[in-house]
Write a protein that binds this ligand. Structure first.
Ligand SMILES: *[C@@H]1O[C@H](CO)[C@@H](O)[C@H](O)[C@H]1NC(C)=O
Ligand SMILES: *[C@@H]1O[C@H](CO)[C@@H](O)[C@H](O)[C@H]1NC(C)=O
Ligand SMILES: [Zn+2]
Length: 381
């Protein structure tokens, strides 16, 4: 009798051991799956991106010392969710994704500068002081960066409001966190950053003070760029910049009719391509666009706001790149632009992040497999 019972106990113990071993293996698999989908996949995907090659000596120039190359990443429309429109789970997930994508890109690609072309926040346009402070704190965590990488942010309509809701208070609190001025010069490259929400052209206080600022900057750049200006008395005593044509960075794109001519897998979806853009809402007004082109004669323009990719040529020679949104909330295939830039030339490429579909498919497939495994395992013996 006692012998019998002890046999029974041993059997029970063995069965328990087998079961806990199964759950241990099972737990480990789930853990590995999450680590893969939430962490490792960013390394696998971003690892495939390369800095584009750029000529460092201008063709036909007598100068023989190569111009230094600046490695820059451009991203746009991160739309960090606020307390009103954001569901906490959505917020948590999107921020985790952007944090991993950004941190992995910094680690693998080592850019010298990262520009965010506006709409960093979703609710900067109306958030209370407390909500704004919380948003800024989360921004600083998600986009933290080592001292050898600079992070520069351009204002967008969701950061300071559309023109009709923008005011000095919102602009000032934005500038307090992200004060970069309108000009950023490095390695002989001039970046001009425009608050495009203030390019309404209606003479509002913020608009006119910004325009005055831009005209001053245009003068400064003209003095450095053109031979005929060197002897101009108006240029004497003015700080000398590199003679390189500036690169314009802003949130709204310059005026274009629609996205009809945009191509590429991440351009606007077909049903949206033929919708006409509204001036001062989807794109800058014609006048404001013309002004910017006249003032700066830029060699390249980068903008955000549309959430989709596009390449346009202005006046037959000045390219503008629409940088798609960096958030999975806005697209299945977010990306950022990688630029190798010198004072004489530049070359751009696009780095795609993991597709949201891929990650969801992996999770679903794994979920079904696990369900099958449990079903077969829990069958009575
Ligand atoms: C700078 O030069 C451009 C081109 O010559 C011109 O259109 C622009 O008005 C100039 N800027 C200023 C402030 O005069
Ligand atoms: C110098 O600037 C003044 C006013 O800003 C302008 O009227 C004048 O034409 C400029 N002179 C030259 C030579 O560009
Ligand atoms: Zn926008």
């Amino acid at each position: 009798m006692t012998k019998h019972r002890s046999l029974y106990r041993t059997l029970n113990f063995l069965r328990f051991k087998r079961k806990s071993w199964f759950f241990l293996k099972f737990g480990f698999l789930v853990f590995a799956l999450i680590v893969f989908c939430e962490y490792i996949i960013y390394y696998l995907v971003i690892f495939q991106c390369r800095w584009p090659e750029v000529k460092t000596i201008a063709s036909g120039s007598k100068q023989q010392t190569p111009a230094p190359v600046l490695k820059v990443m451009f991203l746009a429309d991160t739309h960090l969710l606020g307390e009103i429109n954001g569901h906490w789970l959505d917020k948590l997930r999107r921020e985790w994704q952007m944090e991993r994508a950004f941190q992995t890109a910094l680690w693998l690609l080592q850019p010298e500068i990262a520009f965010i072309l506006g709409d960093v926040f979703d609710e900067g346009k109306w958030s209370s002081p407390k909500a704004w402070a919380a948003d800024v704190e989360r921004f600083r965590r998600v986009f933290r960066h080592p001292p050898h990488t600079q992070l520069i942010v351009v204002a967008g309509n969701h950061d300071i409001g559309f023109h009709y809701e923008m005011n000095t208070y919102k602009l000032q609190r934005f500038k307090k966190v992200f004060d970069f001025g309108e000009l950023f010069s490095i390695k002989g490259i001039n970046f001009v950053m425009v608050n495009s929400v203030a390019m309404e052209g209606d003479g509002c206080t913020i608009c006119s003070s910004m325009e005055a600022q831009l005209i001053k900057l245009s003068h400064l750049l003209n003095c450095s760029r053109q031979e005929k200006y060197h002897s101009n008395p108006n240029c004497s005593g003015i700080q000398q910049l590199s003679a390189s044509a500036p690169i314009l960075l802003q949130h709204y794109p310059l005026y274009r009719r629609s996205d009809a001519d945009c191509t590429g897998e991440d351009s606007a979806p077909p049903e949206k391509k033929n919708l006409l853009f509204e001036e001062r809402y989807d794109v800058l007004s014609k006048e404001a666009s013309q002004k910017l082109l006249w003032w700066f004669q830029p060699r390249l323009i980068l903008s955000g706001h549309t959430h989709s990719a596009c390449e346009v040529l202005h006046d037959g020679k000045i390219p503008e790149i629409s940088v798609p949104s960096f958030s999975w909330r806005n697209r299945n295939n977010p990306s950022f632009i990688m630029g190798s830039i010198t004072s004489v030339d530049y070359s751009l490429s696009k780095c795609f992040l993991p597709l949201e579909h891929t990650v969801l498919t992996i999770y679903c497939t794994a979920g079904i497999l696990v369900a099958l495994l449990i079903l077969t395992h829990c069958q009575p013996v």
